[in-house]
Design a protein around this ligand. Structure first.
Ligand SMILES: Cc1cc2nc3c(=O)[nH]c(=O)nc-3n(C[C@H](O)[C@H](O)[C@H](O)COP(=O)(O)OP(=O)(O)OC[C@H]3O[C@@H](n4cnc5c(N)ncnc54)[C@H](O)[C@@H]3O)c2cc1C
Length: 526
C-alpha cells in the first residue's frame, strides 16, 4: 500500500511466477482475493487485459505450455476462461507498435489493477467508521516492556516531536519494510531484505498502450511490464536491494532508469522514446523476508507473522492478499488475547456501498468516485462547488476530489494531497505545477493555511517532486542502447532445473483438468 502505485498489475505477473515456483496455494489465494476485491470495489479494483509475450528460442514451447497450464489454473480458480494465445500478427493488431519480430506469440488474459493509495485509504476510513482510530504522522519510536514483555508503545508526533507512552493489550507491528526497527527493540536480529522497485511514467499520447504488456527483460530475463494506468503509461519494475536509510523516501537510480529504458527500447523501438519523454518516476520498498537468495527476484513474497517477546509482527506479502494477511495476524493475536471476539473470516475487505450520488454523472465518473471514496462519494459530490465535478484537463481526476481530500482526508502536507490522495504528482507533468493556482484556490481554505504556509508547502512539494519523482540527472543515466548492443550481464535468475518445472507443469495441468471438470460440472448444474 504506501506502495508504489499502482499495485496489483505486477501481482498478476508475480502470480505466474509463484506458479513456476510451485506455490499453487498462494496463487489460488491471491486470485480469489483479487476476485473478491473486484466484486466489492468496481471503479477502484478493475480488470486489466494482459499480453504476456512468448519469445522464440530454446525453451519457447516449454514456456508456452507452462504459462498455458498456469493461466488455465488461474482462470479456473477465478471460475472463468479468459485467456487465449495469439499469433505474432494478431499480437501486433492488439498492440500496434509492439516489436513482435522475436515473438512466437503471446497469451492474453485478465488480471486486475487498482490505485493502491486509494485502496488503503478506503480500508482506513472504513476501519475508522467501524470504531477504529487512525492517526497520521505518528511514529512508534519505542516499546514499553515489563519483565521483558511488550505492554505498550511510545509514540512520537512527527510534526511536534512530542512523545507519549500508550499501554495496550497487544502491540501489532505492521510497519512493512520498516518492521525490523521495532523488532530490534525486543532484541531480534534483522530478518527483512528491503527491495526497491522503481518505475517510469510516460504521457499516454506519447506512449499509447491499450492493455498491459509483459515480457522478459532483454538483459536479465526478469519479467517487466508496461501498462496503462489512470491516463498515463507505466513501465516497471526493478527489484534491487535497497541499502539506503529507510527513513528517506526512495527514488529511482540512473542505472534503474537505463534498465527500464532498455526494456522499452527492446519492445517499442519504433516509438524512439527518450528521457525527455519521461513525465515522472517513483520508487517503493518491498517488505521481503531475507532467505539469502543470490537473486533478489527469487526471494519469496510470502507474508510472515512473528510473535517475539509479546510483539506481534506481520510483514511481507502482497497488497492483493491484505485481507488474508490481516486474518493471520488476528489469529495470532487471538492466541495472545483469549477474550478477543471471534473474527468473521468471510467478512469482505471493503464495505458494500448502497448510497447513490444524487447527481447524474457519466458512468465512468460515478464508478470512479464510488470505488475510490466508498460511502463518502456522496459527501464528496455534495461538497463540490459549481464546475468541480469536471476533470482536470488531460486527467481522470475531478477538481472535487482535491476539495474533498483537503477537507477530510488527513492531509498534513501538500505531498500527502498531490501524491497520496489525488495522484496528480504522478499523472501530470512537473507534478501538476501548471494547475498550481487552481489547486490553491480550491484547497488553501479547506486546509486552513495562510498564504505564507501555502507558499512554503508548495515550495517543499516542488522540491520533493524534483528529488524523488523526477529523473536523476540525465548525464548520469548509462546509455541503454549500448547496453542492448552488448548485454554483458549474465542473467542472474535462479531457475529451477528443467525436470522441476516440467513436474510443476504436470501437476498444474492435472489440477487444471480437475478444476475444468469441476467448472463444467458447475456450469451444467447452473
Ligand atoms: C514497487 C512495489 C511494487 C509492488 N507491487 C505490488 C503489486 O503489484 N501487487 C501487490 O499485491 N503488491 C505489490 N507490492 C507489495 C505491497 O505494496 C506490499 O505488500 C504492501 O504495501 C505491504 O503492506 P504493509 O501494510 O505490510 O506495509 P507498507 O505498505 O509498507 O506500510 C507500512 C506502513 O508503516 C509505516 N511505518 C513504518 N515504521 C513506522 C513506525 N515506527 N511507526 C508508525 N508507522 C510506521 C510506514 O510509513 C507505512 O505507511 C509492491 C510493493 C512495491 C514496493
Amino acid at each position: 500500500m504506501r506502495l508504489a502505485p499502482p499495485a496489483a498489475a505486477q501481482a498478476g505477473i508475480r502470480r505466474l511466477r509463484y506458479l513456476k515456483q510451485g506455490k499453487i496455494g498462494l496463487t489460488q489465494a491471491s486470485v480469489q482475493e483479487r476476485q473478491k476485491l473486484q466484486e466489492s470495489a468496481p471503479g477502484l479494483v478493475d480488470p486489466l487485459g494482459f499480453l504476456l509475450a512468448n519469445e522464440k528460442g530454446s525453451g519457447q514451447l516449454r514456456e508456452k505450455w507452462l504459462v498455458r497450464a498456469g493461466l488455465s489454473f488461474y482462470d479456473l480458480v477465478a471460475l472463468q476462461w479468459s485467456h487465449r494465445y495469439y499469433s505474432p500478427q494478431e499480437v501486433w493488431m492488439l498492440a500496434p507498435r509492439l516489436n513482435v519480430q522475436d515473438l512466437a506469440g503471446a497469451f492474453h488474459y485478465f488480471d486486475a489493477q487498482t490505485d493502491d493509495a486509494r485502496l488503503v485509504l478506503r480500508v482506513i476510513r472504513e476501519a475508522v467508521d467501524a470504531g477504529g482510530t487512525a492517526v497520521n504522522y505518528m511514529a512508534a519510536v519505542d516499546l514499553i516492556r515489563e519483565e521483558g514483555h511488550v505492554v505498550g508503545v511510545t509514540l512520537q508526533d512527527r510534526e511536534t516531536n512530542r512523545k507519549k507512552g500508550v499501554r495496550a493489550n497487544i502491540v501489532i507491528n505492521a510497519t512493512g519494510a520498516w518492521a525490523d526497527d521495532l523488532r530490534e527493540k525486543v532484541d531480534q536480529e534483522p530478518r527483512l531484505r528491503p527491495l526497491r522497485g522503481s518505475h517510469l511514467i510516460f504521457p499516454q499520447w506519447r506512449f499509447p498502450i491499450a492493455q498491459a504488456v509483459s515480457f522478459n527483460h532483454p538483459l536479465d530475463g526478469r519479467f517487466v511490464f508496461i501498462f496503462p494506468w489512470d491516463g498515463v503509461t507505466l513501465v516497471g519494475t526493478t527489484d534491487v536491494d535497497h541499502s539506503e536509510d529507510l527513513s528517506h523516501e526512495p527514488h529511482i537510480t540512473p542505472g534503474e532508469v537505463a534498465y527500464l529504458m532498455a526494456a522499452v527500447e527492446s519492445r517499442y523501438p519504433s516509438l524512439a522514446l527518450t528521457l525527455d519523454d519521461v513525465m515522472a518516476t517513483f520508487a517503493g520498498v518491498r517488505p521481503v523476508i531475507n532467505t539469502g537468495k543470490l537473486d533478489p527476484s527469487a526471494e519469496s513474497r510470502d507474508h510472515v507473522v512473528w510473535t517475539e517477546n509479546g510483539l506481534l509482527t506481520v510483514t511481507g506479502g502482497k497488497l492483493t492478499t491484505f485481507r488474508l494477511i490481516a486474518l493471520d495476524a488476528l489469529e495470532a493475536a487471538g492466541k495472545m488475547l483469549p477474550d478477543m471476539p471471534k473474527i468473521d473470516e468471510d467478512a469482505p475487505a471493503l464495505d458494500e456501498v448502497t448510497e447513490d450520488l444524487q447527481v447524474k454523472l457519466p458512468e465512468a465518473t460515478r464508478r470512479r468516485l464510488i470505488g475510490r471514496y466508498g460511502r463518502e462519494a456522496a459527501d464528496l459530490v455534495q461538497a463540490a462547488e459549481p464546475g468541480e465535478l469536471e476533470n482536470l484537463p488531460n486527467s481522470n481526476v475531478l477538481w472535487a476530489e482535491l476539495r474533498w481530500a483537503a477537507r477530510s482526508e488527513g492531509v498534513v502536507h501538500l505531498d500527502d494531497l498531490l501524491l497520496r490522495r489525488v495522484r496528480l504528482g504522478l499523472l501530470l507533468p512537473e507534478g501538476g505545477a501548471q494547475f498550481a493556482a487552481q489547486i490553491q484556490e480550491i484547497c488553501q481554505d479547506e486546509l486552513g493555511w495562510a498564504d505564507g504556509r501555502w507558499a512554503e508547502e508548495w515550495a517543499a512539494y516542488q522540491k520533493r517532486w524534483q528529488e524523488k519523482y523526477s529523473l536523476p540527472p540525465k548525464e548520469d543515466v548509462p546509455d541503454w542502447h549500448s547496453m542492448l548492443q552488448k548485454p554483458d550481464t549474465t542473467p542472474v535468475t535462479v531457475e529451477k532445473s528443467g525436470a522441476g518445472r516440467t513436474a510443476v507443469a504436470g501437476s498444474l495441468l492435472g489440477t487444471a483438468l480437475a478444476l475444468l471438470l469441476f467448472y463444467l460440472g458447475l456450469r451444467k448444474r447452473r
